[in-house]
Design a protein around this ligand. Sequence first.
Ligand code: CUA
Length: 325
Amino acid sequence: MKWMTFISMVWASVAQANTKTSFMPPAATEIAGQVDNLYAFLLWASLIACVILIGGMIFFAMKYRRKSANDKTAYITHNTFLEFLWSFIPLVIFLFVFGWGWYIYHQMRAMPKEALEVHVYGKQWAWEFVYKSGKASTNEFVVPVNTPVKLIMTSKDVLHSFYIPSMRIKQDVVPGKYSALWFESEKLGDFHVFCTEFCGAAHSLMLGRMKVVSQADYEAWLQENDEGLTLVQRGAKLHNDKGCVACHSVDGSVKVGPTWKGIWGATHQFVDGGSALVDEAYIRESILEPNKHIVKGYPAAMPSYQGQLTEEQLNAMIEYIKTLK
Ligand code: CUA
């Protein structure tokens, strides 16, 4: 009877640790809830084992300590029943945890046949998303709620790793091969996307955002385009959407590359001793052939945007930089 009370008490704590008092990011999928239950079980089982083990050790050390100079240790060889129990009980617990973990992992890795497929590219240092409609976005992507989404991922350069904490999913993104993830969000909202594989200077800035919206909002987003924005507004959007934001600030703060604030009309000094006036031609060259001239004090870390920006987009970015005084 006492054991039953104890077990139900533990289970209540597990359930509670999983809801309001949880220190985990919000769980947005059904599977994420399962992961949290397993994690809470492991945490509590470890805590209880720790108390029993360390508590038992202290208790026995006190109880059987040497009390006088001629206090002799009793002659004990072994206890088969005890030894069987302390092997068998952990075995059962470990097999139980293995089975539970396998059950969850199997659901995570079994890709649904009917899913919204999104192509994901990792590159230094941004995430690119391409939909079947041709819609493309960088660092921010949108998916409908209550819909299975499958991400088909590869890298354009080095190893990255795609991680959405709220979905409890993470997978390496490897150049030269595809990897995949799937999830079905039950919650609306914005969720963090991280790169969790060290991939170079701006790895920690390789941040993305996933917006989970209603089916109608998703359809509307797919139709959205840049029409109606001024050239400067389009430039500001490209700064974010093309991932420039990871390395180039617009407020003067120092990142991997030079800030864009106040560079228009300034003179850039190069590591090879040369210099150039920051004008239209210089900005265009810096975007398309970034390693031709390296600005003093900064690493030669920028990838080329050759073929990734239209002439209109290049002009929009130049117009945007002109306004950053
Ligand atoms: Cu990409 Cu770290």
